[in-house]
Design a protein around this ligand. Structure first.
Ligand code: GLC
Ligand code: CA
Length: 572
């Protein structure tokens, strides 16, 4: 129950399915749409409201489907459009919604648009991508002749020379992911038409991949600026010139008018926005501006990074509180937060901010409690509800992810690190940590497939799996069920105001929520030792109801928090 003015997604929980790794229905070792359909009972039992499906479109799979060669189809690896339609019917029949991944900053280089675009300098689609000549007075292909000095997200320069036409094209990600030129109105119209096509088919919204990169800071003469080269870096940082660029708000507002306006039920839109600030997020998510409903920001998942994501140091809890607290405050009156720990690009939270050994169950459930009790829409990434851990791969051959493999190869080539240090970085931060198959049971391939999967199953599936947890009321899975149910039944979880407490405490995360007379108090112990909590208003909480705790034995309000304990109290 939410107030009439609150949109439906304020009390919703979204579950991300990464199809390659979810469930394989036809024994080829790769997850697929029928595999997803076969596991809807699990999702219904969990109680989630929305499924976000990572890309299932036709793709050469250079970046695991984030390189799309046809926006209006399904890759045969994942099934057919009929499979998709059947899945959608089933999802809707169970009262859930389905949100598609929308990857429109770039296409695959095998998309017909790019194939045409690269075919000649005067092709009508030439201007659909970012083609630029070599730097003035330099030979195409000469070292440093790229039109700008930007590095790509997946190592190497952000430009590739096309020998046939002698010009470079921009790719912020892999060389098989050329960036679309959103300056061109034909590109925008083609994307809007494609989005309407999916909505007409029945999908309930879009998760928009790196959507804050679509507007580039192009100068009047058509050139793009160089980025600053930081100490030790091989390339310039292009972000200031393509992140939240000059026309980003215009493009999103236009998309709303062209695609979403007048739809019977408002689709859900969430924009993935690396580097977005609180102030920018207020603009993006202000309902009056009609851009997106919420953004995925990256601040809290960068707090344990050093000079790069591969250089990891322990999280300081006070940093996490300062960051998330700032986002809560910044979007309190206008806009809305998304809440996430995990997705297909992030290491597993229980291995990252928790303890994936002795205290796995307790730390996974504490982390879930703290996240889901913030104000915003929570996202659960497949396997998170089981407390799945990082892959802990030992050898480079175990990895599949282009970002990880390119980083390893580039660093070795340039003598930037030794293999041992590189592997340690991958073990902590590789995206493959989140991409190992979902652990459905304790059989050889974890019930994911009948054959060896495309990426190794974590050996800990013998203990950590859905079959065991479905039967165990004390499991991470059943805890997530209660947590999700709490958002559905307690309006203060969805809509209450947020007040951070004990901001300087390095061990305990504490905050209050309030809606009318209802007050919630949330406590989470981020350590394996007992912690005493000293609240100013402790007396007022003495008789409060414990609505959710992650220890079966209930103790008094004043009792210290046990290792990785979480408690949610309610009064009023
Ligand atoms: C987003 C996706 C990531 C992908 C990148 C390029 O960050 O989440 O998986 O590699 O965009 O599409
Ligand atoms: Ca399959």
């Amino acid at each position: 129950m939410t107030s009439p003015a609150a949109p439906w997604w304020t009390s919703a929980v979204v579950y991300q399915v990464y199809p390659r790794s979810f469930a394989d229905s036809n024994g080829d070792g790769i997850g697929d749409l029928r595999g997803v359909a076969g596991k809807l009972d699990h999702l219904e039992l969990l109680g989630v409201d929305v499924i976000w499906l990572s890309p299932v479109y036709p793709s050469p799979q250079d970046d695991a489907g984030y390189d799309i060669s046809d926006y209006r189809g399904i890759d045969p690896v994942f099934g057919t459009l009929e499979d998709f339609d059947a899945l959608l019917v089933d999802v809707h029949a169970r009262g859930m919604k389905l949100v598609m991944d929308l990857v429109v900053n770039h296409t695959s280089d095998e998309h017909p648009w790019f194939v045409e675009s690269r075919s000649s300098r005067d092709n009508p689609k030439r201007d659909w991508y970012w083609w630029r000549p070599a730097r003035p007075h330099m030979e195409p292909g000469a070292p440093g002749a790229e039109p700008t000095n930007w590095g790509s997200a997946f190592s190497g320069p952000a430009w590739d020379l096309d020998q046939a036409t002698g010009e470079y094209y921009l790719h912020l990600f892999s060389r098989k992911q050329p960036d679309l030129n959103w300056e061109n109105p034909e590109v925008r119209a083609a994307i809007h038409a494609m989005m309407r096509w999916w909505l007409d088919r029945g999908v309930d919204g879009f998760r928009m991949d790196v959507i804050n990169f679509i507007s580039k800071d192009v100068r009047a003469d058509g050139s793009l600026p160089d980025g600053v080269v930081r100490a030790g870096a091989r390339y310039g940082d292009g972000h200031p010139h393509f992140s939240c660029g000059p026309r980003i708000h215009e493009y999103l507002q236009e998309m709303n008018r062209e695609v979403f306006a007048g739809r019977r039920e408002r689709p859900l839109t969430v924009g993935e926005m690396p580097g977005v600030t609180v102030d920018q997020a207020v603009l993006f998510t202000d309902p009056a501006r009609a851009e997106v409903d919420m953004v995925f920001q990256f601040e809290h998942v960068g707090l344990d990074h050093g000079a790069s994501k591969w250089d990891v140091h322990p999280l300081r809890l006070t940093d996490l509180k300062a960051s998330l607290g700032r986002w809560q405050a910044g979007l309190a009156d206008v806009g809305w937060n998304s809440l996430y720990w995990d997705n297909h690009d992030q290491p597993r939270i229980v291995s990252r901010f928790g303890d994936d050994g002795e205290h796995r169950v307790r730390s996974a459930t504490m982390l879930a409690t703290v996240l889901h009790l913030h104000r915003g829409t929570p996202y659960v990434y497949q396997g998170e509800e089981l407390g799945m851990t990082n892959a802990h791969f030992e050898r480079i051959d175990d990895y599949r992810d282009i970002e990880s493999l390119n980083h390893y190869a580039e660093a070795l080539t340039h003598g930037l690190a030794d293999p041992g240090a590189l592997l340690a970085g991958l073990r902590a931060s590789s995206r493959d940590n989140a991409r190992t198959p979902v652990q459905w049971d304790g059989t050889e391939y974890a019930g994911f497939s009948t054959v060896e999967p495309w990426i190794a199953v974590n050996p800990n599936h013998l203990e950590i799996n859905a079959a065991v947890q479905h039967d165990d009321p004390g499991s991470v899975f059943h805890f997530y069920r209660r947590l999700i149910a709490l958002r559905h039944t307690e309006p203060a979880v969805a809509l209450g105001t947020f007040t951070m407490l004990l901001a300087d405490d390095a061990a305990v995360y504490a905050f209050r929520r309030r809606l009318g007379e209802t007050r919630l108090l949330v406590l989470g112990n981020f350590t394996a030792t007992e912690q005493t909590v000293a609240l100013d208003d402790a007396d007022a909480w003495a008789g409060a109801e414990l609505v959710l705790g992650n220890y079966p034995e209930v103790v008094g309000f004043d009792a210290p928090l046990r290792p990785w304990e979480s408690r949610v109290f309610r009064r009023g």
